[in-house]
Design a protein around this ligand. Sequence first.
Ligand code: HEM
Length: 483
Amino acid sequence: EKTKGMPGLPPGPQGLPLVGYLPFLRPDLHRCFADLARIFGPVMMMKLGSRQCLILSSPEAAKEVLRDHDATFANHDITVAGRISTFGGQDMVFQPYGPQWRALRKASMRELLNARTLDSFRTLRQQEVTLMAKELHRRTGVPVDMGQMVFVTSFNVITAMLWGNSLVAEELERIRVEFREVVVGIVDLLGVTNVSDIFPILERMDLQGVQRKMKQHKEKLDGLLSTVIDRRERTVNTRGVQEKAQDFLQVMLELVKKEDPHEHLTVDNIKGLFSNIIVGGIDTTSTTIEWAMAEMIDKPETIRKAQEELDSVVGKEEIVDESHLPKLHYLEALVKEALRLHPPTPLLLPRYPTATCNIGGYTIPKGTKVFINVWSIHRDPAVWENPLEFKPERFLAGMSKCDYYGNNFNFIPFGSGRRICVGIPLVEKMSLHILATMLHCFDWSLPDGMKLDLVEKFGIVLKKEKQLVAIPTARPSCANLHE
Ligand code: HEM
């Protein structure tokens, strides 16, 4: 297809009139796209319903979009369910590239996710990780649902940073359980291919019930966040200005009062942002650690190497703290290798161009939905030697300079460019600290008769199909847990 002297559209599979290629897609979308890219190439286009979709599967093509044309592709594509879950798109992820997005991003970076502020929460993270280790110690010899354990720890770390201890213990416990249900529910629904997105004309009919279910989750989330905000407002009012809390919620609430449009935020902006951080940060981080543990249990020599490093850096009988993390090079390589083989967001967060442009020598019409298949880029044999093998050493040798900041397009688990994930500094600390503690304090084995599998379940977050259950056995450093 050619339009007015411009190059043609990228190649791609032919679909049917009206529905396009939709009826032929498999549920494991990342693998399905990868299989098709082997036929049509790394810049591939297909129609899904009324929507033109571009699927990019090579580092070069990703670089064109995320670096060379970053400004044109600086918007995340919002879905009907995404809009509901983010208070009408009032959050950061789905905010169009503009002043409101800038205000949210700036506030998060300045007040929460920069090195200095993150450092000020170091003790808090230590407490939560130690609590996890104590809990695991109590369960020595008993099967533990690893994903759930890490989810609770990540939740405690992140929410304590967001709103400190505004809630009394019993209330916190209740809220934590409800939050987990809501987060899991929202993440699941965000991964559903919703007919309402493909045929906007059908949105009102909500044929799969996705919108109805998402509204229920959003109502619950709204209630939970309102409780947290409400408690804070009351605490500040009764205690007076001098005693007000210094956490992220407090800073955000002050921005509500600002009149300068470059700083002003609404309460829905705060709820949307908190929803991004909780929904987008906790499940992704715990999934990463679950995959890392699963791969390591499958390849026990990796556990042995990680424990040797920990014993030498931390000391056999000491407890890991954050000052050890920069010296744990093998462990860092392990996390990177888990993120390579199992990128938590396998198709990143889809973007769209705000103007018609040229990618890979093809015309990409304005508004096209763009998927970057990071899962297939991370397994591309042209880029990675033995790509299906879990081999952390590759990040110590040839790929040692690969970081998380989207500069090397062979490895982009957090995206790249101006919409790159804001949570990277926190993920780096949390994932290493949790994993280091799990491996330094315990040996791990599978329950009798249980076979490990590494089967994925596609969704907006790529999880293990079956949760990982493993049995901890105490190592010498556990002796220090109860001091
Ligand atoms: C392993 C864990 C995580 C992974 C793999 C991940 C991945 C991603 C990806 C792929 C994007 C889109 C990037 C792009 O379009 O180029 C993103 C955006 C985002 N992430 Fe993360 N993320 C993780 C953890 C977190 C955490 C812990 C937080 C919060 C503290 C967070 C908050 C966000 C936000 C707010 C955005 C939207 C940024 C924007 O639109 O400007 N993420 N993340």
